[in-house]
Design a protein around this ligand. Structure first.
Ligand SMILES: CC(C)(COP(=O)(O)OP(=O)(O)OC[C@H]1O[C@@H](n2cnc3c(N)ncnc32)[C@H](O)[C@@H]1OP(=O)(O)O)[C@@H](O)C(=O)NCCC(=O)NCCS
Length: 150
């Protein structure tokens, strides 16, 4: 059985950090970063888990900050071994729906110009390119700023 829940703090932060380490193009948040982010009023981190034979696996997460009509996806990753199985689609659609219900009208995010899988993913959700931040990552890779009107 698959579930999407809000991460409210706790030990699971360590596993979330592991997902970041393995999914190299995710933002490299530490367990403390996850705890701090989850404690913010204007921030939500959703996690997607799968339970099988009494074992629960954390498949990925989607972190977002929102205020009034605007939101920003701040970090997002699915475990590499279960990518391309539509778990990302599931949790991302859930997050967008949550934001819509909160009255958010515009969602933005940044993605490396070299991160083609993520760009393809966001394209599928109808995000459009609004600008480029040159050499944003490590003074080397450009960041594409994408936007979606909900
Ligand atoms: C981006 C990410 C979260 C997508 O999650 P996912 O569960 O693998 O994606 P899905 O299976 O839901 O894919 C949905 C669609 O996105 C596109 N897509 C996803 N991965 C892709 C890839 N490797 N190459 C091309 N298109 C891809 C496809 O259109 C796909 O639909 P399809 O499989 O029916 O063709 C995942 O690739 C990931 O964790 N990447 C590493 C971390 C990262 O880069 N995060 C984003 C930072 S901005």
């Amino acid at each position: 059985m698959r579930e999407i829940n809000q991460f409210l703090g706790g030990e699971i932060a360590q596993t979330l950090t592991e997902i970041c380490k393995q999914s190299k193009t995710a933002a490299a948040w530490t367990a403390k970063d996850f705890q701090t982010e989850a404690a913010q009023k204007t921030s939500v981190i959703f996690i997607i888990t799968e339970s099988k034979n009494n074992a629960k696996t954390l498949l990925g997460f989607c972190a977002v900050r929102f205020a009034f009509e605007k939101a920003e996806i701040t970090n997002f990753a699915i475990l590499p071994q279960v990518q391309r199985m539509h778990f990302g689609t599931e949790i991302f659609a859930y997050t967008l729906n949550f934001l819509k219900e909160k009255g958010v009208k515009e969602v933005t995010l940044e993605v490396s110009s070299k991160n083609i899988p993520a760009q393809e993913f966001y394209k599928k959700f109808k995000f459009t390119n609004v600008s480029v931040r040159k050499k944003f990552y490590n003074m080397r890779e450009d960041a594409q700023i994408l936007k979606l009107n909900l």
